[in-house]
Design a protein around this ligand. Structure first.
Ligand code: SGN
Ligand code: CA
Length: 538
């Protein structure tokens, strides 16, 4: 007995936490000292504008909203690099892209480095990763993984379960939810606290809805944002985009006009054909029954100019929002499971996206820019033990903060190399002092959608951005006067002092996070090499 106690104590000290002792307790409501479970829900490209709790009235997401009602909503949740794989690498490591090495979607991620799932696993947590991760290689830090290869597919998707390729029939969002529920019910060891990464592919391009939602929003005519017909005056980098709904959206690939007569021969038609061909005959029949009449009407209407721009916006919104409805259903199923199994009290539930998304602002879809719609990301969180229902957080947090926040809740040591900060006490209301500036980097250029390389700093009121590589352009915005970032005031004499102050803040950020022109240059070289690009100024 004495030896056993000594063993327990030694283990406890070695693991740096009390988790081992605590984890011997079974699932029970009201076990005060049990380490919390963490359900980390992330979707892909989910704009905060498309969550009803944010008040945009575009759609209705009652289950996601439940997280905010029972907990907190963050009005200033941001990423550090608005693109998928880099965002996930930051989330796992708590380190900026230039430190964790995953600066773009192209280059490989090094799973051998430390991540918060590994730390929780070492401390006695059961860990699982399900759905989209978009990082090459077998996920490390997880007892169970069942992930989509790369971007994943909407219908009858392929998965990689613990390293083994499989295909699962059905619609990806429901399939992902089913895997999650199966792990919760049948696969995890129920006497241990758990970390579950539940990561949906939807609502990523090409926005293929689930059959039950084909008709949702049929009678709705979505009004585009006020700056849908943006002329990009004063914004050189924006003017060169390739992410315009009117200009760049492919009517077949993005907007599903796959006509049987094969008359609509667009650039990306064959790619959509590949997605369509994944469906079985029953799925195709249902798909055609819904889309064929729309295709027929589109072909006969012969829309042009503004009419076409508005039609495209509406078509885009309908499918994009439909895919979100399935995501919301899945959130409901998982919340219900927690409730029915007495796990609500002791489980932290987070809902976020890998970045924000444009829903017609500046005429765009996609992300990448440091402008608000893609720099920001939705963030809702509940944990009844510490977070009061209806909490609103207006401080700037970033995906950089997830790793230290989860480690903090679990009582596990936060390694000093982690660059984010735990927002546990901010969301519980124990502190109100918080950072007043955040740093951003984006590297994937030359690349899809043609968003130039840039980095910048945002304070509560101002934003300074530097676009570089084939241009050398600075932008400055007063977010209070110009929340839609339509006027670049970098050269406005009235903002001379602000400009100087923001340059200083930017340098502070770069020093704090260890970024520099030299690092930026070497990241650029690596990227160009990975892409096989020789011409530096293409
Ligand atoms: C794909 C999409 C792009 C998107 C990137 C990155 N094209 O390449 O529209 O910007 O992913 O998205 S697609 O033709 O394959 O749909 S990310 O979320 O994975 O970073
Ligand atoms: Ca994404």
């Amino acid at each position: 007995m004495k030896n056993k106690i000594i063993f327990y104590l030694a283990h406890t000290i070695l693991s740096g936490s009390l988790l081992f002792l605590i984890s011997c307790q079974p699932d029970k409501i009201g076990v005060v000292d049990q380490a919390p479970n963490i359900v980390f829900i992330m979707s892909d490209d989910h704009a905060y504008q498309a969550i009803s709790a944010y008040g945009y009235a575009l759609n209705n997401t009652p289950n996601i909203d439940r997280i905010a009602t029972e907990g907190a909503i963050f009005n200033k949740g941001f990423v550090t690099n608005s693109i998928c794989a880099p965002s996930r690498a930051v989330m796992l490591t708590g380190k900026h892209s230039h430190i964790n090495g995953k600066v773009d979607n192209i280059q490989p991620f090094n799973w051998d480095q430390e991540n918060f799932a590994k730390a929780l696993q070492r401390s006695g947590y059961q860990t699982a990763m399900v759905g989209k991760i978009h990082l090459n290689g077998l996920p490390q830090g997880f007892d169970y993984s069942n992930v989509l290869p790369g971007q994943g597919q909407y219908y009858n998707p392929n998965f990689i379960e613990n390293g083994k390729k499989i295909q699962i029939p059905g619609y990806v969002t429901q399939v992902t939810t089913d895997i999650v529920l199966d792990w919760l019910k049948n696969k995890r060891e129920k006497n241990k606290p758990f970390l579950l990464l539940y990561h949906q592919k939807a609502p990523h391009r090409t926005w293929m809805p689930e059959e039950k939602y084909f008709k949702l929003f049929d009678d709705k005519n979505f009004t585009p944002p006020a700056n849908y017909f943006d002329d990009y005056k004063t914004r050189v980098a924006s003017a060169e985009h390739e992410m315009g709904i009117y200009k760049d959206m492919d009517v077949v690939y993005d907007l599903k006009m796959l006509d049987k007569e094969e008359e609509l021969q667009t650039r990306l038609r064959k790619h959509f054909q590949n997605q369509y061909d994944r469906m079985d005959s029953v799925q195709k029949k249902a798909w055609d029954a819904y889309y064929d009449p729309i295709i027929k009407k589109f072909k006969s209407d012969q829309l042009e100019g503004k009419d076409l721009a508005l039609w495209k916006f509406n078509r885009y919104m309908q499918d994009y929002l439909r895919t979100i409805q399935s995501v919301d259903d899945g959130v409901g199923e998982v919340l219900d499971y927690l409730e029915e199994n007495g796990l609500t009290e002791n489980t932290i539930v987070v809902y976020t996206s890998d970045q924000g998304f444009y829903l017609g602002e500046h005429g765009w879809f996609d992300k990448r820019f440091m402008y608000e719609e893609s720099f920001r990301t939705p963030l809702l969180m509940k944990y009844p033990k510490e977070i009061k229902p209806g909490t609103i957080i207006d401080k700037m947090v970033q995906n950089l903060d997830f790793a230290p926040t989860f480690l903090d809740y679990a009582g596990v040591e936060i390694e000093k190399e982690i660059q984010g900060e735990s927002f546990r006490k901010l969301v519980s209301g124990e502190i109100s002092e918080w950072r007043d500036a955040i740093y951003y980097t984006y590297y994937e250029f030359p690349g899809e959608h043609h968003v130039k390389r840039h980095y910048g700093v945002r304070t509560d009121r101002y934003k300074l951005i530097h676009f570089y590589y084939d241009i050398d352009v600075w932008e400055l915005y007063d977010l209070e006067k110009d929340p839609s970032e339509m006027t670049n005031i970098y050269d406005d004499p009235a903002y001379n002092d602000i400009q100087k102050m923001m340059h200083k803040r930017l340098q502070e950020m770069r020093d704090k996070y260890g970024d520099s022109d030299e690092l930026t240059q070497s990241n650029l070289e690596r990227y160009l090499k990975a892409k096989g690009i020789n011409d530096h100024k293409k």
